[in-house]
Ligand binder design. Sequence first.
Ligand code: NIG
Ligand code: FE
Length: 421
Amino acid sequence: MYIQTMQPKVDTVFETCDRIWINANLATFDEAIAQPYGALSNQAIGVRAGRIVAIAPMAQFHADAVCADVVDARGGWMTPGLVDAHTHLVFAGSRAKEFEQRLLGASYEEIARSGGGIISTVRATREASVDELVVLSEPRLLALMKEGVTSVEIKSGYGLSLEGELNMLRAARKLGERHPVRVSTSLLAAHALPPEYKDDADGYIDLVCNEIIPAAVAEGLADAVDVFCEGIAFSPAQCERVFQAAQAQGLGIRAHVEQLSNLHGAALAARYGAWSVDHLEWLDEDGVKAIAAADTVATLLPGAFYFLRDTQVPPIELLRRHGVGMAVATDLNPGSSPLASLRLAMNMACTLFRFTPEEALAGASRFGAQALGLAGQAGQLKAGLQADMVLWDIDHPAELAYQFGVNLVRQRIVAGEVRNV
Ligand code: NIG
Ligand code: FE
């Protein structure tokens, strides 16, 4: 029998849902819910037209008052779909030989300076067509998706020419069209100096600003611009020119900074309102304050720290103290982080950087979304947001950062539809 509820409004909303999950525990990451993980136990969550429209305790849900498709979560945990906010997953070739060289003592920088590193991936990537790049990159994307990723950022940066960069972004867009995953693209033309511009880095930055950025924008290929601000890549002054060109075109801004040294790139990017600054091993307190003031996300990449056998730990405690939102991402790439598991990146954030499991999961959801300029659209369970969610076979959300190598996804949901991979 239908019993009148104290909150008739909630029932009304449930009646108009396309689908409702019941008996779910939610890790909402809604800042209005003052519980670890923004947790709510024993809830119903309803979606309509691809968005979350209702969240309410089971006591307020009445099965005979709704006509939607009802899925019983049987006490499982629902989280926002995972967001991998930093990947270079479109590339050709392999750098396994460099891995061997590094294990024999060569450093990442030495390999880069002797013509290997990023440039060796550029050679292989330039030779591949857009369709070949799609085929080569698909297994990496699918591996992320299988573990619960529903939004992924993909960078260019191995083309380093007008056509090479555009082709990488075209491949990234195609991947997003072919698979149930939201792809955000970043134009990382300022990743390394291509051989044609040897000794003319400023000339290459002219090409990036005057030709590559406008062409990518004209074709709708880039959501943001990215740079590698480092001794082996581009100076702060050169990166600033890229930020100015990007800002003029309305692109988001993000930057690889303070990975191998401190050039104060984070503060520079923050001055341009960057969505995210990434790596940050050498970030100092002034840099932390600058990104806190700009509400720029700090994206930590423990996979690169691990794989490069780095020892300089990013200043997590300072970031925490200044209230900086911290994202965790894979940095999936062939040179510094051949890691196609965001769950393992979360575990590494805890073991190597001393994140709490809650921070790791927030970093792979709420703050990952913010790092992509998607705050308020994805990364949380809240009415009005995209219904991108994962239902997990776990008893507690800490398990997502604790276990690795075991796939715990029961249902992967994109825009309100179950899209298991
Ligand atoms: O995020 N730091 C610069 N770029 C990549 C590495 C790219 C590569 O080595 O191919 C990174 O670590
Ligand atoms: Fe990177």
